[in-house]
Design a protein around this ligand. Structure first.
Ligand SMILES: C[S@@+](CC[C@H](N)C(=O)[O-])C[C@H]1O[C@@H](n2cnc3c(N)ncnc32)[C@H](O)[C@@H]1O
Length: 306
């Protein structure tokens, strides 16, 4: 990864308006990535506020160390570890916690990470390549049924069984180690237009399977569920929890976690989406959905600041 980020933060104005970061506050960016949201939050917190910037990707964390100023503390960790990170550093409860889920444009553009089916490279797909199993290692040993279920559940791909069968057949003769290999297997398994969007605007069929593998390899949904359970207790009364998701599986988890949580008041009854102007400027924002909730005053706590 180079020093300069190519990632454009989504829904920046909406985050400022709904999160209301203010001078002197304490904030956490749990998916700091290229640091775009961090910079916006830091400006609002100046001169005395502080920001904990967390990312599971060691390369992103290293770069954040060099680009964020002294108001920020950077940690290479997963966002479900935020409660421990705050406790270890004896930080006060947060006035805001932001999660901007998924992967950054920097990661997508890095062919060595294997996130994109549009460029060949090793099929790694780990947010943290320093631990755990890469996508190609996982594909080498997963049984056909689990693979089909994963592609169906996490990719919402109706040809999941065909793709899984072809992967299992193919790996008998040659291990599947690259993005190109997997993409070609998907194209051969799925009927209809293969590359790019069809005339009817449907997405490339490889999108769904690549998404499913990434979610599985990084255990993304379980981490999100765990974090939504614990993060409300890291918030000060009135503190905001803001979550941006990019597909319906994540958004559903956020929606029901917020709704069923007695510690939270839901601020956004419907998810906030990018304006047409933002989508033109940054097409990646098209699928972004922001949900915001605020921490209700805990028993005996009169200090709610909303
Ligand atoms: C959409 S990007 C965030 C971009 C960021 N908001 C910005 O303005 O540049 C998502 C980031 O979340 C990170 N990530 C994914 N899963 C994570 C996890 N469980 N814990 C911490 N970071 C995670 C990825 O490594 C990636 O850098």
């Amino acid at each position: 990864m180079s020093d300069a980020t190519i990632h454009i933060p989504v829904l920046a104005q909406e985050i400022s308006e709904l999160g209301r970061p203010q001078s002197g506050q304490t904030w956490v960016d749990g998916t700091a990535g290229g640091g775009g949201h961090c910079q916006l939050i830091l400006q609002a917190l100046a001169p005395e506020g502080r920001l904990l910037a967390v990312d599971r990707d060691p390369a992103a964390a290293e770069r954040l160390e060099s680009v964020l100023g002294s108001g920020a503390t950077v940690r290479h960790a997963s966002y479900d570890e935020i409660p421990d990170l705050l406790a270890d550093s004896a930080w006060p409860k947060a006035d805001g916690i932001l999660l901007d889920l998924g992967l950054s444009s920097d990661q997508l553009a890095d062919r060595d990470r294997g996130f994109s089916f549009q460029m060949d490279g090793p099929l790694d797909m780990r947010f943290d390549p320093s631990g755990g199993q890469s996508a190609w290692e996982w594909l080498a040993q997963v049984d056909e049924r689990t693979l089909a279920d994963t592609i169906y559940r996490y990719g919402e791909e109706r040809f999941s069984r065909r793709i899984a069968r072809r992967v299992v057949e193919s790996r008998k003769t040659e291990p599947i180690r690259t993005a190109d290999q997997l993409r070609e297997l998907i194209y051969r398994s799925v009927p209809g237009p293969r590359r790019g969007r069809s005339r009817h605007g449907r997405v490339d069929p490889a999108t769904r399977t690549f998404q499913a593998l990434r979610i599985a390899v990084n255990d993304e949904l379980a981490i999100l569920e765990r974090a939504l359970e614990s993060l409300p207790d890291c918030l000060a009364s009135g503190g905001a929890l803001l979550v941006i998701s990019f597909h319906s599986l994540e958004d559903r988890i956020v929606k029901y976690a917020f709704r069923g949580d007695e510690r939270l008041e839901v601020v956004t009854r419907k998810p906030v989406q990018a304006t047409a102007e933002e989508v033109t400027r940054n097409p990646r924002s098209r699928s972004a959905k922001l949900r915001v909730a605020r921490r209700l005053a805990a028993d005996g706590d009169q200090s709610a600041s909303t």
